[in-house]
Design a protein around this ligand. Structure first.
Ligand code: C2E
Ligand code: CA
Ligand code: CA
Length: 617
């Protein structure tokens, strides 16, 4: 009630009141001693006391308080009161502000729409909340957040407006900084994965509804980043990533978006593209710029980095951005597998292959449990005695609905997914159990079983223990087992491989290099490994009789093995000519369709019992 009276009468008495409180317009210094006597006419003492307190609260409030007249039309409301916080915030002392309109705070960047909304709200008698850029007396900007309340008289007419204002520049900057950090990668300054995902999601949604809108996603991986990081240190690695990030940003168009995906991976959204040729052209532009030599700073050398790029196009019709990213990633791996500095575009065929692979992966997990795998054995024959001396164990998968699946299809999947460990262990256990029986059936010829060992299995830290355990539990003599390794198994991580192979050899197991001649094993490396046998790759055997270089290589391998005191097996014998030629060269053993195809365990046992001689003329 008291306040209402005071407000109704404010216009006429404001100056009187503030003057009486020692807070008049010329004196904004804080004053805590309020005058005693009642100098305001028409109010009783308790009312005046209350008014003084309220006025003091307004004067000293932390927020800026401005009271204006109610005239909204030109020249606008007149400022009749400002408090100290207003002066602090704007630099305008009250004598500068009084009699002016709040327009003194407005300027070039002030949001006109907000002002229009304000006017409309105020005219309608509503409280207005808003924020806009305002200007201090010295011309500097700040973000002003304010709300305005209309003040009514007894006749329900608006007589004044009270505006409470606050400088929120700091808060806005902090908000902006947080938003920036949430969207950017701190090292490269590019957008981060989260922001990229959001933008991509929008693009996918847009593409669903608009036929003409096309975009592409590039998934980019730096070739050899690990090598650079390991050789020159993390700081150099960071420099490289930053440089790549900058170049990436410089090589794209304004509408495109480049992001750091994580590690040495980047992603680019090529927005609004016209056709495939434009994608290729933009991709090449990126490659051209990023693949320039990069200076890592003293003492590091200049490095050249190449990019493997996987591309997915929105024209494939994606339901979700995750699907699109998955395909770009698949294409990137395809590009990488084709060599460095390549790009690959995701296609329907690739999609089909991926789908099939995924299916194999899922089914393979069950195959082991449901006992859908079998081992077949392909006889290995001694070229001198013509007798069977052993067999290679070859895994077979009889899928319940899809029939026979070739090991060439599922072994690589098993290797990629790590299922190879379980699968390999199963194969080895079966083979060990089997060869024990063979030795009982044909003690004189003491047949061996040859088991293929995937590189991943060899690199498994527990491999030696696993093998030792299997030999024990199956009661299989170690000399009855041979491991077939690929050349790549001894090419990678040579030190570890040497140690592991020596330990396996110490168990009593023999070692054979499979598909010999197709890999990259150097002779010096070969001599460091405890290898017993070289298995000449099928492709060289096929050259025999064709009188080309392949045949000469086959002969050279036989000679090499003799020099290194290793034995030789020729695989893939399909003709009697191949066989007799190999015998003449001094090759020890042979295996191939012409001798015998891989057969089930029972059949192989029959061969042994009959003490069969296979056709070796
Ligand atoms: P690989 O080790 O080179 O095995 C020899 C492959 O050549 C076998 O194919 C065999 O059936 C085939 N072969 C044998 N003689 C002839 C011939 O005269 N002519 C022709 N054209 N081919 C012949 P398979 O059984 O399809 O195995 C393919 C590959 O799968 C194997 O190649 C091996 O790398 C892998 N593999 C098979 N079983 C296992 C296993 O238990 N573990 C692992 N890690 N890999 C296995
Ligand atoms: Ca083999
Ligand atoms: Ca082979």
């Amino acid at each position: 009630m008291t306040l209402q009276i005071a407000m109704n009468d404010w216009n006429g008495r404001a100056r009187e009141l503030t003057a009486s409180l020692g807070m008049d317009n010329r004196n904004l210094a804080p004053t805590h001693s309020l005058p005693e006597e009642n100098s305001i006419s028409g109010l009783n003492q308790p009312m005046v006391e209350q008014l003084k307190l309220l006025a003091a609260a307004v004067c000293f409030a932390e927020d800026s308080v401005v009271i204006t007249s109610s005239n909204l039309e030109f020249p606008g409301p007149e400022i009749v009161f400002v408090n100290r916080a207003f002066t602090r915030m704007t630099g305008y002392r009250s004598e500068d502000a009084l009699g002016q309109t709040p327009r003194i705070l407005q300027g070039e960047k002030t949001d006109r729409a907000a002002l229009e909304r304000m006017k409309a709200d105020l005219k309608a008698g509503r409280v207005f909340y808003g924020e806009a850029i305002n200007y201090r007396k010295d011309g500097t900007e700040f973000v002003n957040e304010w709300h305005i309340e209309p003040i009514y008289n007894d006749r329900k007419q608006i007589t004044h407006y009270v505006a409470i204002q606050r400088d929120i520049t700091g808060r806005k900057q902090e908000e902006a900084r947080l938003i920036y950090e949430a969207r950017h990668d701190s090292l490269t300054g590019l957008y981060n994965r989260a922001h990229f995902m959001t933008q991509l999601q929008n693009a996918v949604e847009r593409a669903k509804h608009s036929q003409d809108y096309l975009f592409a996603v590039l998934f980019i991986d730096l070739d050899h980043f690990k090598l650079i990081n390991d050789s020159f240190g993390h700081q150099a690695g960071d420099q490289l990533l930053t440089a790549v990030g900058q170049r990436l940003q410089n090589s794209i168009r304004p509408q495109d978006l480049a992001a750091r995906w994580g590690g040495d991976e980047f992603a680019v959204l090529l927005d609004n593209i016209e056709d495939l040729s434009q994608v290729s052209q933009l991709t090449e532009e990126i490659r051209k710029q990023v693949q320039q030599p990069i200076l890592l700073g003293h003492p590091n050398p200049e490095v050249l980095t190449t990019l493997s790029i996987g591309i997915a196009l929105s024209s494939m019709g994606y339901e979700s951005h995750e699907d699109l990213l998955r395909d770009a990633d698949t294409a990137m791996y395809r590009a990488k597998s084709q060599g460095q500095g390549r790009h690959a575009i995701f296609t329907r065929t690739m999609h089909e292959q991926v789908r099939r692979r995924l299916q194999i992966e899922t089914d393979l997990r069950y195959a082991l449990k449901r006992e859908e795998l079998r081992l077949h054995y392909q006889p290995i024959v001694c070229l001198q005695t013509r007798r069977i001396v052993g067999a290679e164990a070859l895994v077979r998968w009889q899928h319940p609905t899809r029939g026979f699946i070739s090991p060439s299809q599922f072994i690589p999947v098993a290797e990629e997914t790590g299922l190879i460990s379980a699968l390999g262990e199963w194969v080895l256990r079966q083979a060990c159990l089997e060869v024990r029986q063979w030795r009982a059936l044909a003690p004189a010829s003491a047949p061996f079983v040859s088991v293929n060992l995937a590189t991943q299995q060899l690199n498994h830290p527990q491999i030696v223990e696993t093998v030792r355990g299997l030999l024990e539990t199956t009661g299989c003599p170690p000399e009855a087992v041979k491991f077939e390794l690929t050349e790549s198994a001894i090419a990678s991580d040579a030190e570890i491989a040497v140690t592991t192979l020596k330990q396996i050899k110490d168990l009593g197991i023999q070692l054979c290099i499979d598909d010999f001649g197709t890999g990259h094993s150097s002779l010096s490396r070969l001599s460091r490994f405890p290898i017993d046998t070289l298995k000449i790759d099928r492709s060289f055997i096929q050259g025999i009789g064709a009188s080309d270089n392949r045949s000469k290589i086959a002969q050279a391998i036989v000679n090499l093995a003799q020099t290194l005191e290793m034995t030789t097996i020729a695989e893939g014998i399909e003709t009697p000519e191949q066989l007799s030629q190999l015998r003449r060269w001094g090759c020890d053993r042979a295996q191939g369709f012409w001798l015998a195809k891989p057969v089930p365990a029972e059949t192989f046992k029959q061969f042994l019992i009959k003490n069969s001689t296979l056709p070796t003329q």
